[in-house]
Design a protein. Structure first.
Length: 192
């Protein structure tokens, strides 16, 4: 069975899947369905504050989408970014999924339950999918990392550049500014 046929079977299963609470819709990567816990309120608060800052900076031809399927069927990858900036034209296209090569920025808010998904799995998948800018925001320790300039210099797609930030600093991506001062850390008493 080829990787493409495995992906098609997983995609068909996912489309027929009844999502059990408290899980999100599965992602697909490298022949596996990836099940995640639904984001908790602190995770959602960070995503909300990022959205409130970014949306006014985008202009009329770009939109910020939340938790929308982003698919590269040729690679057999379907991811659901927390936030993704795309052209308005892509948002209104007939396809139910976002073409990652048409994205401008993907932001993931790290969850407590599965940080490796953002730091390893998505850091492997997003450059392969053609995502030009990937920002990881980590409320566990108050850090953020901007990755950009994907290449296959070492034979595997990866980002050549990264910039580390701590909460309180301003993240600059293209012409956009994100003030991390307003982003809360996860409190120790609660879940995600």
């Amino acid at each position: 069975m080829t990787e493409q046929s495995i992906y098609r079977h997983l995609r068909e299963f996912r489309d027929a899947f009844d999502k059990p609470d408290p899980l999100t819709w599965p992602e697909i990567s490298h022949g596996q369905l990836l099940m995640m816990m639904s984001p908790k309120k602190q995770h959602q608060l960070v995503a909300h504050r990022l959205r409130v800052q970014l949306e006014p900076q985008l202009g009329g031809d770009l939109v910020l989408m939340l938790e929308t399927d982003m698919e590269d069927a040729a690679l057999g990858i379907l991811r659901i970014p927390d936030l993704v900036v795309i052209d308005e034209e892509e948002a209104t296209a007939e396809s139910d999924t976002i073409d990652p090569r048409r994205s401008h920025l993907v932001i993931e808010v790290v969850s407590r339950s599965n940080p490796d998904n953002d730091y390893q799995g998505k850091l492997r998948d997003y450059p392969a999918m053609g995502v030009p800018h990937y920002l990881i925001v980590d409320p566990r320790d108050g850090t953020a990392v901007h990755h950009w300039a994907a290449s296959t210099r070492a034979g595997t797609p990866a980002y050549d550049n990264r910039q580390h930030y701590t909460f309180g600093e301003t993240v600059t991506i293209r012409d956009w500014k994100i003030d991390t001062e307003s982003l809360p850390l996860y409190s120790p008493e609660t879940g995600l």
